[in-house]
Design a protein around this ligand. Structure first.
Ligand code: HEM
Length: 412
């Protein structure tokens, strides 16, 4: 059990320039937080960024990164994410939406409901349980390759490889593409310049189209072949829809899993008593998983404002951008006693790391299997490990909070 609120440490970072707040935003609701480069995000962001709970209003306007709303508390975030009619994802209203348009995340009901109908069964718990043996074999392979070395840069050696290989297998793509996809996935979410993020999106789009073309010629039992055969109201999906879904299937599950897994491992590396419990009783890993996820949210997701509305006491105007910092919400769930404490025995551990409302993460069951199975196999093979002496885990903010690197050591 460990408390996240102890000791605040921050590092330097270059902030994006200030812009002017719109005239309708009252001075009391302006708080300039740079969700890419704030120093609070450069080290232990799940602890350091909690200053927003003390210093900023629950919903505030930041003049950084072009100017936008940021929601810091779980309760208003949950209420807003459940109202896509007011706070839509569709790029027509959502200025934060990336191009090329990914789907289903950048659509709203009822269009969105149709996409989810097609996709849900491929990511349902039963389908993911069927993938577990393959995921376990991959986890064992990666860990066994490293184990004799006694050290690893975990993010590079494991966290980034693991979800990419699983994804390539899911869509039946060649494993030798993994290095290239690793680089793209990172730039697509981490480049502070939107133009660069969009450029990577176009490279990835060309890659996805190539995969779809191959499946058209040689259909198989893979997900992309099934998407080519899927229909909405009797019609096939358009090329733009296939592009958008294919792109998100790549982007959605790479960096997110890598980051959550690395943050979770960083926690265990620095809390040996909790780690020893998991090693002694690997059955506890499945039960403690939600608690470990709760405090390691990583995404910052965005919505637009469709029309003028007052919600949660704040006046929103059409076309404004609203950012939800999901990494903050796990420490702010009203139903959880003492939410700053990580308690592996907690019976119910609710969180918003997979979002909320209609867009709740399609890949959440896959992500859970990946992280649980990896931890089970790591505990079985490496009973003691820690951060390399003299090193600390540097982190970055942005669309996905992430460690920059994580040097680990263990006795051989
Ligand atoms: C721990 C890992 C993961 C985290 C933290 C995560 C987080 C999220 C979040 C917060 C959303 C909501 C986006 C929004 O509301 O705008 C989302 C949606 C989505 N995620 Fe994940 N995700 C993870 C893993 C995965 C995996 C493994 C996949 C597999 C492909 C995936 C695919 C998707 C898709 C397709 C959506 C869009 C759902 C929709 O719009 O209906 N995610 N994810």
């Amino acid at each position: 059990m460990a408390n996240l609120s102890s000791e605040i440490t921050v590092g330097p970072a270059a902030l994006s320039p200030l812009t002017q707040a719109p005239p309708h935003v009252p001075e009391a609701l302006i708080f300039d937080f740079d969700y890419f480069n704030a120093p609070e995000l450069a080290h232990e962001p799940h602890r350091n960024a909690l200053i927003l709970h003390d210093k900023a209003p629950p919903i505030f306007w930041s003049r950084r990164n072009g100017g936008h709303w940021i929601v810091t508390r779980a309760a208003p975030a949950l209420a807003m994410l459940q109202r896509p009619d007011l706070f839509p994802s569709d790029p027509r209203y959502n200025p934060g939406a990336r191009t090329p348009r990914t789907l289903p995340n950048l659509s709203d009901p009822p269009e969105h409901t149709e996409y989810r109908r097609i996709l849900n069964k491929w990511f349902a718990p039963g389908a993911m349980a069927a993938m577990e043996p393959e995921i376990r074999a991959l986890a064992i392979e990666l860990i066994e390759e490293l184990r004799p070395r006694g050290e690893s840069e975990f993010l590079r050696d494991i966290a980034k490889q693991f979800p990419i290989v699983i994804f390539l297998r899911l869509v039946g793509a060649p494993l030798e593409d993994r290095e290239m996809l690793c680089v793209w996935a990172e730039r697509a979410v981490r480049a502070p310049e939107r133009a660069e993020r969009d450029a990577v999106g176009r490279d990835m789009l060309a890659y996805v189209r190539k995969l779809f073309d191959e499946r058209r010629r040689n259909p198989g039992p893979d997900l992309l072949s099934r998407l080519l055969a899927a229909t909405i109201d009797g019609r096939s999906l358009t090329q733009a829809e296939l592009d958008g879904i294919g792109l998100l299937l790549f982007l959605g599950g790479l960096d997110t899993v890598a980051s959550v897994l690395t943050f979770t491992m960083a926690y265990l590396a620095t809390h040996p008593a909790d780690y020893a419990r998991l090693v002694a009783d690997r059955g506890l890993i499945g039960r403690a998983l939600e608690e470990l996820l709760r405090v390691h949210g990583v995404g910052t997701i965005e919505r637009g404002v469709k029309e003028e509305v007052t919600f949660e006491g704040v006046d929103f105007k059409p076309g404004e951008r609203v950012s939800f910092m999901l990494g903050l919400y796990g420490m702010d769930i009203p139903e959880i006693d003492d939410p700053l404490t990580v308690d592996l025995d907690r019976e119910i551990s609710r969180h918003l790391i997979f979002g909320a409302g209609p867009h709740r993460c399609l890949g959440s069951h896959l992500a859970r299997v990946e992280i649980r199975v990896f931890l089970e196999e790591w505990c079985a093979r490496i009973p003691h490990f820690g951060i390399a002496p003299g090193k600390q885990v540097r982190t970055m903010g942005g669309i996905v909070w992430s460690p920059v690197d994580m040097p680990l050591v263990w006795p051989q």
